[in-house]
Every structure is written in structure tokens, then in C-alpha cells.
Design a protein around this ligand. Structure first.
Ligand code: UDP
Length: 387
């Protein structure tokens, strides 16, 4: 069957990508979002001082997928940007800022020189220069001296931050969480090592606006699609009429199915923004508070590839339990029991041949922006083939 029409629920990066690709394949697409803004949680705006502020927290683009970089480059100019993060720690009574991922520079900041030299030698011999190792693997290393070092890093970098961020210790989460920020046996102090590291010159909102700007895309903002959709007997009704063409859903899938198997847990955040009357607030774009404070990190937007202004803007992130209708779901919580619960909904979704789940919320996967785009690109083929 030739697809003529499609509904995309959610105007975030996943929704915008699939909508654009469908439109370019001659499909008329209606994109619905309950917010009055596009871009989902990547939404940003320029404030009165000219600073691009990311309203739902820091989003940084990085990828090894050339096809993702090239696709997005059709909708934005890129500005090269190497993201750097420091951890705020204590060495005895002295305050220290050390690079994260914890690397050889961090090692020399935290240990007396001779000891650091000895540890560096062990790490390079036992693991290898240039290698990245997730902290939980390092903690189980066969060499006791490596394990002792790993315990130090675990205690200072991961344990408290992770408890704050997720409400769980590192071991209680899926391995992919700690795998994101491995210990790096190198002096390279970049947060990422991807081939393409850049930010959209005029922000993510502008980029996504360009993606959605197509004669075959109709945008409907401020509308709650869950109130328009009705699912029954393998059929989906949209505003009371059966809709048998593709529906790509990027929202919370438990809500779509009226929580019939229970509420899926997500992690939420509270942001406290502040305009600071200074050109610079901190020495890196992000400082993580890995051993103290209630917030996890402070991000400074004028350091995110945005030219310095007279004033700067910072945001502190306070992790919160997600309460439906009360706050925003930001992260799926990668734990076995949650994935099993999500699977029930994903199975349920299969009863509806024209329903496709996509994105961090609907697929319940902790994906980065590039993977969100890549998955949306892959979904296009599936939608066109299966329908
Ligand atoms: N993490 C940590 N300490 C750090 C940085 C990261 O414990 O200094 C852990 C923490 O559990 C965090 C995860 O690694 O949630 C992933 O970090 P990332 O910076 O990728 O998180 P995101 O930017 O996606 O919130």
C-alpha cells in the first residue's frame, strides 16, 4: 500500500527526523505536540542578553555516524565544539576541579606525583594507553592495584553523582549508564571522542524548525494527541475516525495505553537558571558536583559554542522522581524490571500494525541525539516497507 498520510506524535528530534523523511517521500505528515514549542527537550531560545539557553538542560551533539551529521547539516550550519567537563572534588581540604571522564590529568591532580606516576604505569601496562574502561569493569580488574585505583574513582566520581541522578547506585543500573563516561587512560580531556563534535550555529530549535519546514508537513502544536487517539480491536481512531496509515508515536507509551500494565518510571529534573553579571562563571561548560551538593551539575551556556556576552547564564540540575502530570519525564531508568514493563507495552503496540514507537520515551532507551536521528532514519524504511 502506498503511504499517503502519516501522523507523528511529538515534535522532538526523533519526530522531526521521521516527519521530514516521510515528507520527502511524498507523504503528507501531521506532527502533533502537546507543547507550544518544537524540539522536545532539545528546545532552546536566545535570551534578552543574546545567550542561547537550553530550556530543558544541556544537549550536546556528537556522533561517529557520518550519515547523521550529513543529514542534519542540511538544516543547520555547524560550529565545531569540543565539550569539556570538570568534576568538583576535594583533596584533603583543598577544592579541586579535575577532568571528567577521569583521565591521567585527573590522576595527577588527585594523587601525589610519585604515586600518580606509579598508578599511571600500572594502568598503561595492565590496560593500555588510550583505552577507555567503564568504572564497574575497572573495579573487577584482576590486578589489585588497579582495583584500588578504581575504588578511588568510583567513590569520588561515580557513586554519589549516580545516587543523586538516578536514586540508584551504579551497580543497580544497566551497564550502558556507566559505559557512557568510562575512565580514560589518556591526557585527552574532551568529554567525547567522536569524529563529529559540533553544535548547530543558531541552536537546536532553529535546526528542527528547518527540518519541519516542508510543504508536506503540517504542524499542530499545543494539542494533546492522547486525547485525539483511541485504540481498540487492533485499530486506531484519530478524532473519531479510523486512521489506518502510519502513526509514529514518540511520547510515553504507558500513557498511550492508559497505564494498563502500570506506570513506567522515568527520572525527572528540576532546573534552576540564573543570569550572572559576568562574562564567565566557571572554567568549563559543565562542572559536575560528584561528591557534594544536592544538584548534579552546573552548565554555563555561553561556553556551549555560543560567543561570550556581557552576562552569562548558568543552570543547576536537581534530579527528581518523575510524577506523571506533575513534572517532565527526561530519562528512562535503565533497570531490568523497567525494561520488562516497557516490553509489555511494546508487545501491546504490535497489535496495531500501523503504530510505530520511536525515541527515548516511547522506546524507553537512553539514547543520545545522534542515535535518535539514526533510529528515526531506520524507522522510515520500516514504515514504508511494512505499510
Ligand atoms: N556519571 C557520574 N559522574 C560524572 C559523570 C557521569 O557518576 O561525573 C554517571 C551518572 O550516573 C550519569 C551517567 O554517568 O547519569 C551518564 O553521564 P552523562 O554525562 O552521559 O549523562 P547525561 O548528560 O546524559 O545526563
Amino acid at each position: 500500500m502506498k503511504v499517503r498520510r502519516a501522523l507523528v506524535i511529538g515534535a522532538g528530534l526523533s519526530g522531526a527526523t521521521v516527519a521530514r523523511l516521510l515528507a520527502e517521500n511524498d507523504v503528507n505528515v501531521t506532527v502533533i505536540d502537546k507543547r507550544n514549542t518544537i524540539g522536545g527537550n532539545a528546545y532552546d531560545k536566545v535570551d534578552e542578553n543574546g545567550v542561547t539557553v537550553q530550556v530543558y538542560g544541556p544537549h550536546i551533539f556528537h556522533t561517529n555516524y557520518k550519515e547523521v551529521y550529513d543529514f542534519l547539516a542540511r538544516f543547520t550550519e555547524w560550529v565545531p565544539y569540543k565539550h569539556k567537563v570538570l568534576a568538583s572534588l576535594k583533596k584533603k581540604h583543598e577544592k579541586k576541579l579535575v577532568p571528567v571522564p577521569f583521565n591521567l590529568t585527573s590522576l595527577f591532580e588527585m594523587y601525589p606525583e610519585k604515586e600518580a606516576e606509579a598508578i599511571k604505569q600500572i594502568l598503561t601496562e595492565e590496560i593500555g594507553y588510550g583505552k577507555k574502561v567503564p568504572i564497574l569493569a575497572l573495579k573487577k580488574h584482576e590486578d589489585e592495584r588497579v582495583r584500588k585505583f578504581a575504588d578511588f574513582v568510583y567513590k569520588n566520581i561515580f557513586y554519589i553523582y549516580t545516587l543523586k541522578q538516578w536514586g540508584f547506585a551504579p551497580e543497580e543500573l544497566g551497564d550502558e549508564v556507566m559505559g557512557r563516561v568510562p575512565v580514560y587512560i589518556s591526557e585527552d580531556d574532551g568529554y567525547f571522542t567522536d569524529t563529529y563534535q559540533c553544535m548547530p550555529k543558531f541552536g537546536f530549535t532553529e535546526m528542527i524548525k528547518n527540518m519541519l519546514n516542508h510543504p508536506k508537513i503540517y504542524l499542530s502544536l499545543g494539542k494533546d494527541a492522547n486525547k485525539m487517539l483511541y485504540l481498540s480491536d487492533n485499530k486506531i481512531y484519530f478524532n473519531g475516525t479510523e486512521f489506518d496509515e502510519p502513526i509514529i508515536f514518540t511520547g510515553c507509551v504507558d500513557e498511550l495505553f492508559e497505564y494498563k500494565y502500570g506506570v513506567l518510571p522515568y527520572r525527572s529534573l528540576k532546573f534552576k537558571f540564573k543570569t550572572v553579571n559576568a562574562k564567565s562563571f566557571q572554567p568549563a561548560a559543565v562542572v559536575n558536583y560528584t561528591v557534594n551538593k544536592k544538584y548534579t551539575r552546573i552548565s554555563e551556556f555561553t561556553k556551549f559554542a555560543c560567543p561570550e556576552k556581557e552576562k552569562t547564564v548558568i543552570v543547576k540540575e536537581y534530579p527528581k522522581t518523575y510524577k506523571k502530570d506533575k513534572n517532565i519525564p527526561y530519562y528512562p531508568i535503565p533497570r531490568k524490571e523497567n525494561e520488562l514493563l516497557h516490553k509489555k507495552y511494546a508487545e501491546e503496540a504490535k497489535n496495531f500494525p500501523n503504530l510505530f514507537l520511536l525515541g527515548r520515551l516511547a522506546e524507553y532507551k537512553y539514547v543520545n541525539m545522534d542515535v535518535a536521528v539514526k533510529n528515526a532514519m531506520a524507522l522510515l524504511d520500516k514504515v514504508l516497507e511494512e505499510m
